[in-house]
Design a protein around this ligand. Structure first.
Ligand code: NAI
Ligand code: MG
Length: 358
């Protein structure tokens, strides 16, 4: 019988990117093998900073066109000493996010059993949220100017863009998700200080809320939310916020839920007109690259998000359980989690877990 093929574009990128993606790919292949109804076809694209140093660009000419044909993109990390970070970010990652209208960024912030948590007396159930970050506009729209460069009257402008379409669709997406999960939705904004953009955001949130009377809502100022993330994280279930606030708050979220070695993020084009992109949120970690000791769990978690996205939530959950089991057993962990094992050994242990849970 025909297996359903999922065509995946792999952009492993720089530093530890290729090391951690290798383990995620092993995991995806294992789920396909055990399931039997689908298979993954991986195509590798050598783009990133090392490519840039050789070719003077982050991706090939017509790169987006090439990627269009895939069902999803699996990204490692980009960033390399010698290439300015704004180039690697804008010419590859943001190009893909914008070009493919991946206007939803989903970051699960769930404290798995055994994960290192810097908060005292917090149990697994108390940190379990899904942060939905606007991923296409806001302060990261790239709108602005740099006037009178280097002169005494130098002025820079970095404008936040909040379109009605952009604001409404992310908020609506979050309401749909909250409804699906039967959980509350919290909006994080800052209407007191940002008297145009965030007043507008709050207004749209309240408008859309009327269509979802079954969803309980809360609204916090971003500074208060930052405090509650640390002091009472159980307040948050599904969270929706702007691009800039989401960037910051999800790093805080990653910190309370096990750190960079575990944090994953998905860039979603909900209409599925273009491929969505799955990635660990950590960078290329040049300090440990090439040593075979990078933690692959974040990239494996993003593989689990990919399985969810393809409608294989049962496999997505199983992968997550296998990650959790590795942390509970705690005998095979990378150095960042206090262990002495290699990237490959941790990946293999996750695969054993998936096999056993089958
Ligand atoms: P980073 O995330 O690469 O590293 C921060 C610290 O966490 C380092 O000490 C690193 O060793 C450690 N770390 C990160 N991931 C790890 C893993 N999987 N296992 C074990 N330890 C891990 O952030 P940094 O150092 O600020 O940036 C390095 C480069 O990565 C820069 O060029 C930056 O622009 C780029 N970057 C790329 C991102 C992406 O591709 N999405 C995201 C963040 C940074
Ligand atoms: Mg970030």
């Amino acid at each position: 019988t025909m297996k359903r093929p999922y065509k995946i574009a792999v952009i492993a990128g720089d530093g530890i990117g290729p090391e951690v993606l290798t383990e995620g790919i092993k995991v995806l292949n294992k789920t396909a093998e055990l399931d039997g109804s689908f298979e993954f076809q991986f195509t590798y694209f050598p783009w990133g900073c090392e490519y840039y140093l050789e070719h003077g660009k982050m991706m090939e000419e017509g790169g987006l066109e090439q990627l269009k044909a895939y069902d999803a993109i699996y990204l490692g990390a980009v960033g390399y000493p010698g290439v300015p970070d704004h180039i690697s970010l804008w010419d590859l990652l943001l190009k893909i996010r914008k070009g493919f209208n991946q206007y939803v960024n989903i970051r699960p912030i769930t404290l798995l059993e055994g994960a290192p948590c810097p908060l005292k007396d917090v149990s697994r159930e108390q940190i379990d949220m899904l942060v939905i970050r606007e991923n296409s506009e806001g302060e990261y729209a790239g709108a602005g100017d740099w006037l009178f460069k280097g002169q005494p009257n130098e002025v820079v402008l970095q404008t936040g863009i909040f379109s009605r379409i952009g604001t409404e669709r992310i908020i609506r997406y979050a309401f749909e998700e909250a409804r699906k999960q039967g959980r509350s939705l919290t909006s994080i904004s800052k209407g007191n200080a940002l008297n145009y953009s965030m007043v507008f955001w709050d207004e749209v949130f309240n408008e859309v809320a009327k269509e979802y009377p079954d969803v309980k809502t809360y609204s916090y100022l971003v500074d208060a939310a930052a405090m509650f993330f640390v002091k009472q994280p159980w307040r948050f279930e599904v969270v929706v916020t702007s691009n800039l606030f989401g960037d910051i708050i999800t790093d805080l979220g990653a910190a309370i839920a096990g750190g960079l070695g575990l944090a994953a993020g998905a860039n979603i084009n909900p209409e599925r007109e273009y491929p969505s992109m799955f990635e660990p949120i950590h960078g290329s970690a040049p300090d440990i690259a090439g040593k075979g000791i990078a933690n692959p769990l974040a990239s494996i978690w993003s593989a689990s998000q990919m399985l969810d996205f393809f409608g294989h939530e049962d496999w997505g959950k199983r992968v997550l359980s296998a990650i959790e089991r590795v942390m509970i057993e705690a005998d095979v962990l990378t150095p960042d989690m206090g262990g002495t094992s290699s990237t490959t050994q941790v990946g293999d242990r996750v695969i054993d877990g998936i096999q056993d849970l089958n």
